[in-house]
Design a protein around this ligand. Structure first.
Ligand SMILES: [Fe+2]
Length: 346
């Protein structure tokens, strides 16, 4: 087996492939690491055939859908997953063939109702059902401590104790453990009475994951996160530095239109000298009057450089081929001590 473990903060993703056929599967890809996964697969001579999510993640953004589109490979999830974009849904005990290897799905609800563990040769990918020295929480949507107890004690822990455990999360930099080690020392697994286990899980009082609303929306719908919208816009536009903009203000006959897309009050409180006001919310409505020449060089700025990136992508999409975004925003401009003009637009 060819095997790579990729950590993104506490999130763990796994690329594994058959050494003979070079067919590979990627487990729990994270959206910010797509290039990293593809580069590793290329380095190892692997062809990714399956993008597998062990469950509906509530704390990070799955990269499965985007990679699936790029690679023309199916997104694999458990049969009951709410994700509409899951192309291949596995039932309990069903297997995927990966060259000479077999990936077996074990339905292990509890952390979520669609959680599955994946058994492959000498290891088991436990998702958030079993972590090193812990278990997944059961207080997020579709979580259930009774199901988790059953999945752990009556299912997962009955497998060969020599199996290596690779979880979907580890926040302490540990790579793996074994089922036997977890049975012996994982504090959650020492509570072997079901009622006591449920009581323990119900009184953990964990704080909510940072991006839970957005992560569930994105992972359950296949929509995009705000960060993904920004990344995609940033990939499609060129940027100009604050210093270049500052220098261009001194050039005689400068044909650059500086377009400030903030709201009027922010603009009037201080803008780049000569900048024109066109709030982002009115861009499409007023663009024909405000910017009649599509060949005009336009530099778009906002407060921190995010809305201006989206606005520049919109302008380019509309045919303003010379629109560029400011790398940074008015906040950085002010902090640099660069000149400001106040009051209404000329
Ligand atoms: Fe999870």
């Amino acid at each position: 087996m060819i095997f790579e473990q990729i950590a993104t903060g506490g999130c763990q993703s796994y690329l594994m492939g058959c050494a003979e056929t070079r067919s590979a599967a990627l487990i729990d890809p994270e959206i910010s690491q797509l290039d990293q996964y593809l580069a590793l697969a290329a380095r190892d001579g692997l062809h990714i055939r399956y993008l597998i999510d062990t469950h509906t993640h509530a704390d990070h953004f799955s990269g499965a859908r985007k990679l699936a589109e790029r690679l023309q490979a199916p997104v694999v999830m458990f049969r009951s997953s709410p994700a509409p974009y899951a192309d291949l849904r596995l039932g309990d005990g069903e297997m995927l063939m990966l060259g000479k290897m077999r990936i077996e799905a074990l339905h292990t609800p509890g952390h979520t109702s669609d959680s599955m563990c994946l058994r492959v040769e000498d290891r088991v990918f436990t998702g958030d059902t079993l972590l090193i020295g812990g278990s997944g929480r059961t207080d997020l949507p579709t979580g259930d401590p009774h199901s988790l107890y059953d999945s752990l004690f009556n299912r997962l822990l009955k497998l060969d104790p020599a199996l290596m455990v690779f979880p979907a999360h580890d926040y302490k930099g540990r790579k793996h453990s074994t089922l036997g080690e977890e049975i012996a020392s994982n504090p959650r697994l020492q509570v072997r009475d079901e009622a006591a286990f449920v009581e323990m899980m119900n009184t953990l009082n964990l704080s909510m994951p940072t991006h839970i609303t957005e992560a569930l929306r994105v992972n359950m719908s296949g929509g995009k996160s705000v960060a993904q919208m920004l990344d995609e816009a940033a990939e499609s536009v060129p940027f100009m530095s604050l210093e270049s903009l500052r220098a261009s203000l001194d050039q005689v006959g400068n044909a650059l239109v500086v377009l400030d897309v903030r709201e009027r009050d922010a603009y009037e409180a201080g803008h780049v000298p000569g900048a024109r006001l066109l709030p982002r919310g009115q861009l499409e409505l007023r663009v024909n009057q405000e910017l009649p020449d599509p060949t005009q060089r336009i530099l778009v700025c906002c407060e921190v450089g995010k809305v201006s990136t989206l606005a520049t992508a919109t302008l380019r999409e509309m045919g303003f081929a010379s629109a560029v975004a400011l790398d940074g925003g008015m906040k950085a401009w002010r902090e640099a001590g660069y000149p400001l003009q106040t009051g209404a637009s000329a």
